[in-house]
Write a protein of this length. Structure first.
Length: 281
């Protein structure tokens, strides 16, 4: 938030760069045509940064700006005219930090309210759904309904499964679908959210179900932003296409040990010859 706020404020300041061209005085009429390259560059930067500032500060963060006062502050700073400053640097920084903190608190409060709403709506739905025809509720709170019976094998604890699925939030918002991608997902059964692992271990190959997975068996209080908010109850249509044991890790056969070459016999030592006796003179 701090970085975005400062960037947006800086962008609005850059909009004013070359103020003689972009901020005509009351006596200078606004230009109605772009004649020079400087005119074109100035107008392009002005349009671009004005769009950014409006989108980030006004439309998104609901910060009220007095554009005339902003222009006044920019001109004073741009011209280094300290006699006209209405804020010193420390006050400017403190003001921006205060805005940042206020916006963070507002965002946290908004997220907290939304999270509690999703949590209560999910709990209410599960309470009502458990009495619907054909719905099974497990001990963990997972709910499911069989749409098509399966006749194949049931996955083991360490199997690799192949699944087609579509995932939505409780309000019907789709966040993922292997069907849309045209490619089923293959993965170790214990490598996914707990609700999926539990559901798949209850299915047989060829079986298709609708599963309602509580947030604590899915992505918990934090979710998986931005597609899945915290405390989201997830709804999946799942079809188990195949299950198989994981492949054993490949091991290379041990190489035979190299034969140790026999050491060459040492050459026989030459026998020492006795010294010749000295000749008599």
């Amino acid at each position: 938030m701090k970085t975005k706020l400062i960037i947006a404020a800086g962008a609005l300041a850059m909009l004013m760069t070359g103020c003689d061209q972009l901020c005509p005085s009351k006596t200078a009429p606004a230009k109605t045509a772009l004649v020079t390259q400087k005119d074109t560059n100035s107008y392009a930067f002005g349009a671009h940064f004005a769009n950014q500032v409006y989108a980030q500060l006004v439309a998104r963060d609901s910060i009220e700006l007095d554009l005339d006062l902003f222009i006044q502050a920019f001109k004073d700073r741009f011209n280094h005219d300290s006699s006209k400053y209405l804020m010193d640097d420390s006050t400017v920084f403190a003001t921006l930090m205060n805005i940042q903190q206020q916006k963070q608190l507002e965002a946290q409060k908004k997220d907290s309210i939304a999270s509690e709403k999703r949590k209560s709506e999910g709990a209410a739905f599960l309470e009502q759904n458990k009495t619907a025809e054909g719905v099974v509720t497990t001990e963990s709170g997972l709910q499911y309904k069989v749409l098509t019976e399966g006749t194949g094998a049931t996955p083991g604890d360490s199997d690799v499964v192949k699944v087609h699925y579509t995932g939505t939030l409780l309000d019907g918002t789709k966040f993922d679908s292997s069907i849309d991608r045209g490619q089923p997902l293959e993965f170790p059964i214990n490598a996914v959210i707990p609700g999926w692992t539990e559901m798949l271990k209850l299915m047989k190959v060829g079986e298709k179900v609708t599963a309602w997975i509580p947030f604590d068996l899915a992505y918990g209080p934090y979710g998986r932003p931005p597609q899945i908010p915290g405390y989201s109850l997830l709804v999946f249509e799942m079809e188990l296409i195949d299950t198989k044991a994981p492949e054993a890790p490949k091991t290379e056969p041990a190489k035979p040990a190299k034969a140790v070459k026999a050491a060459k016999p040492a050459a026989p030592k030459a026998e020492a010859k006795p010294a010749e006796a000295p000749k008599a003179e």
